[in-house]
Structures are given as C-alpha cells and as structure tokens.
Design a binder for this molecule. Structure first.
Ligand SMILES: [Zn+2]
Length: 286
C-alpha cells in the first residue's frame, strides 16, 4: 500500500470518528424547538459553592430602588402557578444545596411559551423556578413588541443530581439564560455578548422582573457585562446607592458585594439561582 493511500485512509477514519463523536443525543430533533444547536456552556465559578446571604434583596422597579432585608413572604408578591409540560398534580420538592441536591416531582418548562424558548433537554425545575421564569419572560414579552424569544438553557435533570458540566444545577433552582441581544433573528443558543450587541434595556427588564420578587439568591454574570448594564441604568435614573445591593460592579470582580456576581464563563449567558421555597425548608439548603 502506498504511503499516500494509507494517509488518505487514516484521514477518512479520523473524519468518521469525529462525525460520530459529534452526533450525541442532543443532536436529535425534537418537537417544537430544534435542539441541535444547544450546548451547555462549561462553568468555572468561584461563587457556585458559597451559601446565599440570609438577607434578601428586592428591587422595586418603578421606584428605582433596591431594599435589603428579611422580606420573607415579600409584600405584594404572589407566587404564580407554573405551567409544566406535562401538567402534574404533586408539588415539586427540592432537597439539599444546589451543588449536592435532588429534585422530586419536577416541573418541566415547556419548549416554548410567551416570550421564551427552552432549548435544553435538562429543563426541569421546581414549581417556583418555572413559574418565575414564565412570569418574567411574559412580562418582557408584553413590554417589548416584536423581539426574539428569550433563550432559556439548562435548569436541572428530571430528578436533580449531578449535571455535567456544572457544579450546581442539582436541585432545580439554577437556570442558565442567554443575554438579550440587539442582533436580528431568533437565537437558539448562547452567544458571546458585549457592548456591540447587548440589549441592556431588555436584559434588565427580565432581571428586574425576577429581582422584584425577592426570590433571587445569586445571579452570576461576567463583570464587563455587569458594567454595561450598570452604566445603562445610571443613564436611566437609577442611583449608585440604589444599585449597590444589586451589582458587584464597580466594587471589583472579586469583591463580595451584590446579588449579581462575576463568574468566568458567563459572557454568553447569565446564571440565576433562586432561593429555597419556604415549603421545602429545612431540607432545601440555601
Ligand atoms: Zn449555570
């Protein structure tokens, strides 16, 4: 056999191997949303393992203020009922911390709903997680006309537990969400976001809807994107003082301040961690 032929055969074999490795289970096309393009982003995260602060932060959108305090049973906020697919009767139960947890009778967020698409097969959350995501997406949908749907990525596996490649996402309370961007067309996956394409107004509207409930524990977000949002908010009437309990920026990317914290690997999506539902305490650990 000539050396050229041998080399050609080796190349063909390698190409076949690469094609096989690429054809994982996520490439299967499912009803509603094309899941081929979605990949979980690897997360390297110093904050993943730190417990939540006991004090809640709540943003009051219209007043441009944020309050810190024990607002258990936040005034004026009624947890909506989630829309799960398929519908279920048993309430969900979340157990343990997000880095070593389980999930029972999970609510699977539908592949699409008002203002969002859910593109990960790991679309299982607590009832509260799904209800809050659906509420915030619907609110943005009402507020902004003709914009693309928000891309929701991984939440948890059906029964929780370790979810590759994450350190957390184990108990139905962590969610990866794409930044809202100014680019045209419907995105179906996470894409690197920066000053040239961040839709700060819409991204903040979504975050604000979540933060107004007092149910958010942490949000992990690239420090530079925090800066873009923060500066946009100052231009819109927010004060540095009001934003201090919310943003780590401008204190520094390693300073323990704010609900929104820098974590590497979060320039194409942000990560929201919800607090334990009252009904699941003390088994659920913040
Ligand atoms: Zn995440």
């Amino acid at each position: 056999m000539s050396r050229t032929l041998l080399r050609a055969l080796l190349f063909a074999l390698l190409a076949a191997l690469v094609a096989c490795a690429d054809a994982g289970p996520q490439r299967k096309k499912r009803r509603g949303v094309d899941r081929m393009v979605f990949r979980d982003a690897p997360e390297e995260n110093a904050y993943e393992k730190i417990p939540l602060p006991p004090q809640r932060v709540r943003v009051q959108a219209r007043a441009h203020t944020a309050t810190v305090g024990n607002v258990a049973g936040v005034a004026n906020f009624q947890m909506p009922a989630p829309l799960c697919q398929p519908p279920k009767n048993q309430p969900s139960r979340t157990i343990g911390p997000t880095t070593d947890g389980q999930l029972q009778d999970a609510c699977r967020i539908p592949g699409q709903g008002p203002g969002y698409i859910a593109v990960s097969p790991n679309a299982f959350g607590t009832d509260n997680t799904v209800a809050l995501l659906e509420m915030a997406a619907a609110q943005v949908n009402r507020q902004f006309e003709g914009v693309p749907a928000i891309v929701i990525g991984a939440i948890s596996a059906e029964n929780g537990g370790f979810l590759k490649p994450h350190k957390s996402h184990q108990s139905g309370r962590d969610v990866d969400i794409a930044y809202m961007r100014t680019t045209k067309g419907q995105p179906k996956r996470f894409e690197l976001t920066d000053a040239s394409n961040l839709d700060a107004e819409r991204t903040w509207a979504f975050l604000e809807a979540l933060l107004s409930t007092g149910e958010v524990g942490w949000i992990f977000m690239d420090y530079e994107i925090q800066a873009l949002l923060y500066e946009a908010l100052l231009d819109n009437g927010w004060t540095e003082q009001a934003l201090a309990p919310v943003f780590q920026y401008p204190a520094g990317a390693t300073v323990p301040r704010g609900v929104i914290r820098h974590a590497t690997g979060h320039a194409d999506h942000f990560h929201v961690r919800f607090r334990c539902p009252e009904a699941d305490k003390p088994d659920c650990v913040d």
